[in-house]
Design a protein around this ligand. Structure first.
Ligand SMILES: Cc1cc2nc3c(=O)[nH]c(=O)nc-3n(C[C@H](O)[C@H](O)[C@H](O)COP(=O)(O)OP(=O)(O)OC[C@H]3O[C@@H](n4cnc5c(N)ncnc54)[C@H](O)[C@@H]3O)c2cc1C
Length: 401
């Protein structure tokens, strides 16, 4: 596998072996292509993440991943600034809790078994593409491929090199892992806790794992002034649940989906450029409502792999097919959840009141998380049911009732 320049050459090089990259790698290797997966870090590695995987993952991933699930969750305990707990449950799981070191390692192992050549400790420092392929530079050597997949996360170098015009919002988030010990008990046995009033234009969460609680805050639609102060207040408000000592939180951006300013003007794509495709966080494929990105990382990795396999010798057709698949399967729901986020995060107290009054609407949204329906199908019905009530609540707030 060496080209005319003596470089090791692959059909596809994937930069980043998180969920997006590892899933794409496994699918491409199973399809018979030569694949090199590069990651700057060795797995298993810690990743700042709530590790909440919506149950719709069951529709796209082989069931083997359940071996690294820490906890199945079938409900959400909503609170507003630590007060008025409201537990809403579903008869079936709505999410699975994973620790990212174990989960990502599992996916990387699956890629290796499928035949992907993986090199960890190989940070990509430069990339160039020409008419014939892409060259990828690491401190340890150079490689060439027909196609590159940028799966290198929220701070993607691939995106910076090949999508220089892109300027999308990356939401700040903080998280700490609180060891479960005496006095630390979690929201409820099989529920996550969501505090709707904990953050400005975002929320606070407690996700239960086997040995710890993942405790965090994210602000999804606003430049944060002091997220650390927000985190400290959240932890204090939830002291009754979290109990003991909270280790210092770590920060990481969440690249929530935003429609490109250039969209619809026939200008640059947000996802593909020449022989390069972006997947997962590198492509900003994170749900604007909850900041959920693991499912979309996995699914976009699969969609990229399917497009490449379906158009093996025509990279320009493959990149268009990938973009079309995102447009068909993922982006319409993001446009809906972006609108929901706009309203909910602008009026969190009103949203919390509505949650209490319309628990069946929340149940309907659980079906979206379970992959039994889509956000697009959910919204019109929810709007109809909520409309009258919003008027009532506004009148109540104005003391006219
Ligand atoms: C605080 C916080 C909480 C979150 N909670 C949740 C949650 O509960 N549920 C959920 O669904 N999502 C959550 N997310 C989002 C989720 O973490 C991401 O959407 C998800 O990790 C995206 O996967 P990915 O494979 O695209 O990128 P990543 O998981 O970030 O993987 C990228 C990989 O690329 C490697 N890499 C980076 N640069 C280079 C380079 N130059 N060369 C080689 N390798 C490189 C990295 O080492 C890494 O392994 C959260 C995020 C944050 C910050």
């Amino acid at each position: 596998m060496a080209d005319g320049f003596g470089l090791a050459t692959y059909d596809v090089i994937i930069v980043g072996m998180g969920p997006a990259g590892a899933t794409a790698a496994a699918a491409l290797s199973r399809g018979g292509l030569t694949v090199l997966g590069l990651d700057k870090d060795a797995h298993p590695r810690y990743k700042v993440c709530g590790g909440g995987l919506s149950a719709r993952i069951d529709h796209v991933l082989e069931p083997g991943f359940h071996s690294v699930v820490e906890q199945s969750v079938n409900g959400v305990q909503f609170v507003y600034r630590g007060q008025d707990p409201l537990l809403i449950e579903s008869a079936r799981p709505i999410a699975y809790m994973v620790m990212r070191d174990r989960f990502d390692h599992y996916l990387v192992q699956a890629a290796i078994q499928a035949g992907t050549h993986i090199r960890t400790g190989y940070g990509v420092v430069e990339l160039t593409q020409d008419l014939h392929g892409v060259e990828v530079v690491t401190a340890q050597g150079r490689f060439r491929a027909q196609i590159v997949i940028g799966a290198d996360g929220a701070n993607s170098l691939v995106a910076r090199r090949f999508f220089p015009q892109r300027s999308q919002y990356r939401a700040p988030a903080l998280e700490s892992e609180v060891p479960i010990a005496e006095g630390v008990h979690g929201p409820a046995a099989t529920a996550i806790l969501v505090d709707v009033g904990a953050a400005r234009q975002g929320y606070g969460w407690i996700f239960p794992k086997k040995e710890c609680l993942s405790v965090g805050v994210g602000e999804f639609r606003l430049k944060s002034r002091s997220l650390r102060a927000t985190f400290d207040r959240f932890v204090t408000d939830e002291r009754g649940v979290i109990g003991g000592l909270v280790p210092r939180p770590a920060g990481h951006p969440i690249p929530v989906y935003e429609e490109s300013k250039a969209q619809g003007q026939g200008v640059d794509s947000q996802f593909v450029a020449g022989r390069t495709m972006l997947v997962g966080d590198a492509a900003h494929l994170v749900d604007p409502l909850f900041g959920e990105g693991i499912y979309y990382a996995i699914r976009s990795g699969q969609l990229a792999a399917h497009a490449i396999l379906a158009h093996r010798d025509e990279h320009h057709v493959a990149v268009s097919a990938y973009e079309a698949a995102l447009e068909r399967e993922i982006l319409p729901d993001f446009r809906v959840t972006a609108r929901m986020a706009q309203v909910i995060y602008a009026f969190p107290r009103l949203a919390f009141k509505l949650l209490r009054r319309y628990q069946d609407v929340v149940q309907d949204y659980f079906e979206v998380l379970q992959g039994r329906t889509t956000a697009q199908q959910f919204l019109p019905n929810a709007k109809k049911r909520l409309k009258a009530s919003v008027n009532d609540l506004l009148l109540e707030a104005l003391h006219l009732r």
